[in-house]
Design a protein around this ligand. Structure first.
Ligand code: CP
Length: 327
């Protein structure tokens, strides 16, 4: 599927009264709006071993997961989030859907809308698809961006913010370092937007120059090519996967061993970060490429928390866009 014309997603996603109708990007959302979502998500988290939160706030609502790209975490967490709030969920298998016969994504959405779907959760390798769908759906229907090409992954950033806030309390005094294939990363783009909105102390991006963001793309970040420099004193370190599927020239994909030796996060390298630094990864991970396995599984890793928090954040977002917040 080709990309769609660039439109301003941030203007489309709020109602006239300023409440969230779609979640397409974090651009344009204010700190108090993000904080309200994080606060609400916090209330859905239960202690390990305790029953998960359940309610019927989405009763009578239907959420359709349309994933035109592969996913484990995002798709499963939207499904669980919907079920835990008492809604109906439809997971359309795109490979065996009429997309395979040439039906356009807009026609698929229109067809499902006739079956009274209230929320479309869309992942796509095409930039702009979620915004295009949001422009076409009925007034009472919402669209959530579940990962858009290299452009945006807003619920990933919300779960990252929640994870950081739960571990570190606030953002102002933190140095956050993002390491990896930034040019192809929707996670890096959204993370930067969210962290800056929340007032992060310092944002560093460490990347080989061949994988650096376009100039001005992450304006608030210090862009570095040296990992040791980027890790010095960092409170939060986020490793990113090399997104092989997004390289137009496959010869540009870095050699795995060379990449690990220069940019792989290891326990040894993390000694340069703050003593209580946390290690994050949005997943899926390639162990031994961007992160050492024992670091990913070690005490500083919050990767499992990110996954847990992902369900809570998606519950908060579903509640917000359907106007189902309890009074
Ligand atoms: N982080 C993330 O989006 O993971 P999935 O591709 O498994 O959904």
């Amino acid at each position: 599927m080709a990309d769609f014309p660039t439109r301003d997603a941030s203007e489309l996603q709020l109602t006239a009264s300023g409440s969230l109708r779609h979640l397409l990007t974090l651009r344009g959302l204010h700190r108090d709006q993000l904080t309200a979502l994080l606060d609400r998500a916090d209330t859905f988290l239960s202690a390990p071993g305790h029953p998960v939160f359940r309610s019927d706030t989405l009763q009578g609502k239907t959420v359709a997961n349309l994933f035109f790209e592969a996913s484990t975490r995002t798709r499963a967490s939207f499904e669980l989030a919907t079920m835990r709030l008492g809604g109906d969920v439809l997971n359309l298998d795109i490979q065996t859907s009429s997309s395979a016969k040439g039906e356009t994504a807009l026609d698929t959405v229109s067809t499902l809308q006739s079956m009274h779907v209230d929320v479309f959760v869309v992942r796509s390798g095409s930039a702009g698809l979620q915004t295009e769908i949001a422009r076409h759906v009925d007034e009472n229907v919402s669209v959530l961006n579940a990962g858009e090409s290299h452009v945006s992954h807003p619920t990933q950033d919300l779960l990252d913010l929640l994870t950081i806030r739960r571990r570190k309390g606030s953002f102002e005094n933190l140095t956050v370092t993002i390491v990896g294939d930034v040019v192809h990363s929707r996670v890096a783009q959204s993370a930067a937007q969210g962290l800056v909105t929340m007032g992060v102390g310092e944002l560093r991006v460490v990347t080989p120059s061949s994988l650096a963001p376009e100039p001005g793309c992450i304006p608030a970040a210090r862009i570095l090519t040296n990992l040791d420099e980027g890790l010095r004193g960092a409170d939060v370190v986020m490793a990113l996967r090399i997104q092989k599927e997004r390289f137009t020239n496959k010869e540009g994909i870095p050699d795995t061993d060379a990449y690990f030796s220069e940019y792989g996060l290891t326990r040894m390298r993390m000694q340069q970060a703050a003593k209580d630094a946390i290690v994050m990864h949005p997943g899926p991970m390639n162990r031994g490429v961007e992160i050492e396995a024992s670091l990913a599984d070690g005490p500083s890793s919050v990767i499992a928390d990110q996954v847990t928090n992902g369900v809570a954040v998606r519950m908060a977002v579903l509640e917000a866009v359907t106007g189902s917040l309890p009074q």
